[in-house]
Design a protein around this ligand. Structure first.
Ligand code: MN
Length: 322
């Protein structure tokens, strides 16, 4: 997925000042963002109040949308640097194509993990023949300085480890849950897990006290540490927890747990790039516009995305902006 804003703001994120060392409850309701003609998403990260959760720096939740009578998702080729993208579906299918030549249909509860590293380009569309419903999340993970120029890579993991407890089915997307580890490549200590709660579930999930965490509700409503979180919202939890109480009332619910070691480095996010300096971001934009560095997404029928104009003020990493 791409940030399709015509005038994207630069976001400076990372560093410790924003991280709550103690358990907190901070409910994020997100904002509606139009992605192209067809898709509307709820953006949970970054928001004005909260920029990162561990290395997770971007969270869009979309659907469930009825796309039975439309072409569905249609995101033309666009570039990424300095991050990984995580595609996660509850319903529907997405056809991923990238400049490495990967062509992969992504299905519910499968991991599409794209490491941009130095440079990659990709396109994401609904296949011509597609299921009626589309429901998922698109997330980005910032790469730490030592790995952000790593070679680009695409991984598809059709099966992932599952941790079962009464009323809970936890699918490990990245990192580790209760000793079960995802095969997805990570570059900093973090976790991503899908938590399917049955109606009436009352469970405690083991956590890492040094990680900060948030829980995104994708469907239904659940009590997360006593706070009701409904579909489309995310509860930031801070650090310092060894376990997380989860309860589902009279309906089942679908949650995502996101967590990780607080990300110490300050980064600049602009459009689809994560960098460290304004010059670097500007060079990435230039490279995309002149056809350098990012390669070509073959087999996509249509034009690639143009980069928006850079903001008139220079992009600089600065102190906290909250
Ligand atoms: Mn993308």
């Amino acid at each position: 997925m791409s940030n399709l804003d015509v005038h994207p703001a630069a976001t400076v994120v990372g560093g410790r000042e924003d991280v709550s060392a103690r358990p907190v409850h901070e409910l994020l309701t997100g904002k509606l963002v139009q992605l192209g003609e067809s898709t509307q998403v709820r953006r949970l990260l970054p928001t004005l109040g909260r920029r990162m959760v561990g290395a997770w720096c971007f969270v869009d939740h979309y659907g469930p949308d009825d796309i039975g009578d439309s072409t569905g998702m249609h995101v033309p080729p666009h570039p990424h640097t300095g991050l990984q993208t995580v595609s996660w579906l509850h319903d529907g299918e997405i056809l991923h194509r990238d400049s490495l030549g990967s062509v992969q249909t992504l299905r519910p509860y499968q991991l599409g993990l794209m490491t941009a590293g130095r440079a990659i380009a990709h396109a994401e569309v609904s296949p011509r023949e597609h299921p009626r419903l589309l429901h998922g999340a698109q997330l980005w993970v910032a790469l730490p300085d030592g790995h952000r120029n790593t070679a680009p890579n695409f991984e598809h993991h059709a099966t992932l480890p599952v941790v079962d407890a009464p009323g809970l089915r936890a699918t490990v997307i990245l990192g580790e849950v209760d000793g079960a580890a995802s095969p997805g490549t990570t570059f900093s200590p973090l976790v991503g897990a899908d938590l399917a709660l049955d109606a009436g579930a009352d469970v405690r999930l083991p956590l890492e006290p040094d990680f900060e965490y948030a829980v995104l509700a994708m469907s239904g409503e659940a009590d997360v540490d006593g706070v009701p979180v409904s579909a489309g919202s995310m509860l930031y939890l801070g650090c310092g927890r060894r376990e997380l109480p989860l309860r589902a009332a009279d309906t089942s619910s679908g949650l995502m747990l996101l967590g990780g070691e607080p990300f110490e480095e300050q980064i600049i996010m602009w459009w689809n790039f994560v960098g460290r300096t304004g010059d670097e971001i500007s060079a990435a934009r230039e490279a995309w516009m002149t056809g350098d560095r990012f390669g070509e997404v073959r087999g996509y029928d249509g034009d690639r995305l143009s980069a928006p104009q850079l903001p008139p003020t220079p992009l600089k990493p600065r102190g906290r902006v909250r």
